[in-house]
Design a protein around this ligand. Structure first.
Ligand code: PHE
Length: 371
């Protein structure tokens, strides 16, 4: 609201002093109530606007109305007032700005003594950790590492590994086939590898004996996930081909690897089995690490080995001579062994994990226990 300047009738110095005092106290009072830039603009206009601002009114109501003899005195006071109004309006803005700046400063204040945000350093995933440990064991035995694709052809995953055309392992129950491949010849059709054994073939195509490789990697099977199954898991394949490689070498190598992995007390047992690409084939069992192979624990049957004292861990065998036919190796000159093991299975035993899904859910509370 525009401040109404009183009309003066009495132009005596005392009356003028009183009127000036009144104006100044209104000026200061309004100034102290200003809280925003908009407030300030209104304030400035009220006092200084050319059209009807207080200063303009003073000119009309005081200066022009003053009788001749008082004009000089009134003029002087009006001028002084003008200076004070301008100064006060300017100071009010400066004050407002410095208040805003200090609010901003306060809001942006940084307490450098507060503890920082701790970012946890990532750690090896237990599956990768187990895989690397296993690779390390074989590396020390002179094996090198080979890798192959996860999307494979039927040739590498099955045909070259001596799977007969209608072998159940090719069944849609197990294998995840890539769609839209039916135009191609069977051997060229794409699928997700169901094991790491195709890397055996790729390695033998690439190099001549002596061959000593381990092939770690992801494999895929059409299994519904539950505590012991996962459609994606990891394997480590092993292959050694040279002159005079015997089943003894296979036994010695795997016995050493199992002892290196689970402790020198574990025993291994080779149990007859079947794989199309090895002959003879065996499943390797280790003495139960939970009951020390006794089959009983805490006065009852050991649940981990179903009281048998043995835990089945991997498949192996001597490379079937038919396989050499697919890679141009002289089967009369060379012999070799191969093995394949599930990495999750080993990690589950090693760390006492009761659900394979824990490896894939990405729950930090589980994973950080391995860091
Ligand atoms: N590839 C076989 C499997 O996935 C395991 C295996 C590898 C067996 C090498 C013998 C030799 O079941």
């Amino acid at each position: 609201m525009a401040y109404i300047v009183p009309k003066l009738t009495d132009f005596s110095p005392a009356a003028l002093d009183a009127a000036v005092q009144q104006l100044l106290s209104a000026l200061n009072q309004e100034s102290s109530a200003i809280a925003s830039e908009n407030d300030w603009k209104a304030y400035r206009d009220r006092w200084m606007a050319r059209k009807n601002g207080v200063l303009t009114q003073l000119n009309d109501l005081w200066l022009k109305a003053a009788p001749g003899p008082n004009k000089k005195d009134v003029g002087q006071r009006v001028n002084e007032l003008k200076g004070k109004v301008e100064q006060t309006v300017e100071d009010t803005l400066a004050h407002l700005m410095s208040d805003a700046a200090s609010y901003r400063l306060a809001a942006e204040r940084l307490d450098v003594t507060l503890p920082g945000i701790r970012r946890t350093i990532g750690a090896e995933h237990p599956v990768i950790k187990t895989m690397n440990e296993m690779i390390g064991v074989f590396r020390n035995l002179g094996f090198s590492v080979e890798e192959g694709p996860e999307v494979e052809t039927d040739f590498y995953n099955f045909e070259a590994l001596n799977f007969p055309p209608n072998h159940p392992a090719r069944d849609t129950q197990d294998t995840l086939f890539i769609a839209g491949q039916s135009e191609k010849p069977l051997r060229d059709r794409l699928l997700l590898r169901t094991h790491t054994s195709p890397v055996q073939i790729r390695t033998m195509q690439k190099m001549k004996p002596p061959v000593r490789v381990v092939c770690p990697g992801k494999v895929h099977r059409n299994d519904a996930p539950d505590a012991t199954h996962s459609p994606i898991f990891h394997q480590i394949e092993g292959l050694a081909v040279d002159t005079n490689i015997t089943f003894c070498d296979l036994k010695g190598t795997l016995d050493h690897a199992m002892k290196a992995m689970f402790g020198s007390n574990v025993k291994t047992r080779f149990y007859p089995s079947f794989f199309p690409f090895t002959e003879p084939s065996a499943d390797v069992q280790i003495s139960c690490i939970f009951c020390d192979g006794k089959g009983t624990r805490d006065g009852g049957p050991c649940r981990n080995c179903k009281a048998s004292g043995w835990i089945e861990l991997l498949g192996c065998g001597m490379v079937d001579p038919n396989v050499y036919g697919f890679v141009d190796y002289d089967a009369s000159k060379y012999s070799g062994f191969a093995f394949g093991m599930g990495v999750e299975r080993i990690a589950i035993l090693k760390y006492g994990v009761d659900d394979i899904q824990l490896f894939f859910n990405g729950d930090i509370r589980f994973l950080e226990q391995f860091s």
